[in-house]
Design a protein around this ligand. Structure first.
Ligand SMILES: Nc1ncnc2c1ncn2[C@@H]1O[C@H](COP(=O)(O)OP(=O)(O)OP(=O)(O)O)[C@@H](O)[C@H]1O
Ligand SMILES: [Mg+2]
Length: 452
């Protein structure tokens, strides 16, 4: 701006002194945080954290916002619009945050598809606070921002698929959907003491980072959930994920080609996650022999019919070659070495079928039996489904549940009103009828057995 008043030779000198003069009378320091650093294609983590920090800390002060749908699709996240400015206070120090963008004069074709505008935040503060701001305040902003992001993070349910050959590369895939299961430990029908023990165990685990470090163990925990079908094993996994706010990886072992692929999939899981292998007794032949001997009739049929034979061969070929030792290797070796804060859950209907190597102490840290529905568990369901804490029919139901094995799934099914006319009394009556019918069936079967 001084240029036009001074001869050309003096311009450099004047600019130099003008700059000094300005910094003398302009006692502020400015720091800019660009969304995309010049030497990288990756979005700057600092920019993302500042955005989160400002979205909660500027909401009462800024006047213009950009609105984004939060990842849970239920709420909106407001962030400062471009060219907006807000003030912040830290230990009595006033600071200014401004959001801005640069638009280059020349049009550049960008293959990265992020447009040519470059967004940045600019922080301004008085230079006498330089130490406090650069040493403490910025750390505070980044940590807060990351914490807010973690809270807003949507959790996912991942499932694996058969790997695909793609231009010579093997692609191993986890695909995910948002994890939105409503189950919680409150809605889980189970003895209250047992429930308390499990939730305490989970919470202790999630807070035990330093402890695991101290004792030199990888920060992981293995659970084996066992019990008959419909007793709430899968429901409990959802409740665990909701309690700890972890992602869930539902590992389908039969779709995993071999141990190498298993390893790759597991390396690809994130921390704060639950890795689930359901029905472990079915997904893996735990005797070590992958293919069961077919009975001779089956074989003869296949030999006669070429199409049948082809289908059977294909099935055998595509069946998983994951072995027990591969799985154990992952649980003990590699699993310990990479990643942390992970829970692995196996479920089975037949705990007695499992290989002792898989369930020996140290591999599985906790065994949880999900039994048939007890009266205590029934009370949780009655409260949940019918808003009932007590009822005249409870005594009768208690007696019936003791005599007849009934799963929580069956109880839940009967407690759900089938029509608008059905009230709580009708639902309880339905349940009683259902249990009595099951009891009768058991009696008849026993008689038949004795008659044989
Ligand atoms: N303990 C429970 N508390 C609350 N609801 C339950 C419980 N057990 C079962 N249910 C109900 O029954 C349904 C089936 O339960 P779930 O899928 O968790 O059983 P599971 O033990 O995983 O069975 P499977 O061995 O066949 O996989 C659930 O959708 C839930 O509504
Ligand atoms: Mg299940």
């Amino acid at each position: 701006m001084f240029k036009q008043y001074f001869p050309y030779e003096l311009q450099g000198l004047v600019e130099k002194y003008a700059h000094k003069l300005v910094s003398f009378v302009y006692p502020f320091i400015e720091i800019t945080f660009h969304e995309y650093p010049e030497d990288g294609f990756e979005r700057s983590k600092a920019y993302a954290a500042i955005k989160q920090y400002l979205s909660t800390n500027s909401a009462t002060r800024a006047k213009r916002f950009k609105a984004d749908m939060a990842r849970d699709s239920r709420s909106l996240i407001l962030s400062m619009d471009d060219y907006e400015e807000v003030t912040d206070k830290y230990k009595g120090i006033k600071l200014w945050w401004a959001s801005s963008k640069t638009i280059p004069q020349t049009q550049v074709f960008s293959i990265y598809g992020r447009g040519e505008e470059k967004r940045y935040y600019k922080l301004t503060f008085h230079r006498r606070h330089r130490e406090t701001i650069t040493k403490n305040y910025l750390n505070h902003v980044l940590n807060e921002g990351k914490a807010i992001e973690a809270r807003r993070r949507q959790r996912n349910l991942y499932t694996n698929h058969r790997s695909e050959e793609w231009e010579g590369y093997q692609r191993i895939m986890w695909t995910h959907v948002g994890f939105d299961h409503p189950a919680t430990f409150d809605t889980l029908a189970m003895e209250p003491n047992k429930k308390k023990e499990i939730t305490n165990d989970l919470i202790t685990f999630s807070k035990a980072k330093d402890y695991y470090k101290k004792i030199g163990k990888a920060w992981k925990r293995g659970y084996l959930l066992y019990g008959p079908p419909g007793t709430g094993k899968s429901t409990m996994i959802a409740a665990m994920a909701n309690l700890l706010e972890y992602d869930v990886y539902d590992l389908e072992l039969t779709a995993v080609k071999d141990n190498t692929e298993l390893r790759k999939l597991l390396i690809d899981t994130s921390s704060k996650s639950i890795i689930v292998i359901e029905d472990i007794d079915c997904s893996l032949d735990l005797t070590g022999q992958r293919k069961k001997e077919k009975d001779t009739n089956e074989k003869k049929n296949e030999e006669k019919d070429p199409i049948k034979k082809k289908v059977a061969d294909d099935c055998e070929e595509s069946s998983s070659k994951v072995t027990l030792s591969g799985l154990l290797g992952f649980i003990d070796g590699l699993w310990s070495a990479c990643g942390s804060e992970r829970i692995i859950v196996f479920t089975t209907n037949y705990v007695e079928k499992l290989d002792p190597a898989l369930i020996r102490r140290g591999r599985m840290d906790k065994y949880i039996e999900l039994p048939y529905c007890s009266f205590e568990a029934f009370k949780v369901l009655a409260r949940n489904y019918l808003d009932l804490d007590s009822h005249d029919l409870f005594a009768k139901i208690s007696g019936l549940l003791e005599e007849t094995k009934t799963t929580p799934a069956d109880v839940a099914e009967n407690l759900m009103p089938k029509s608008a006319e059905e009230d709580a009394d009708a639902c309880l009556e339905n349940l009683i009828k259902a249990i009595e019918a099951a009891k009768e069936e058991v009696r008849l079967k026993a008689e038949e057995h004795e008659g044989l």
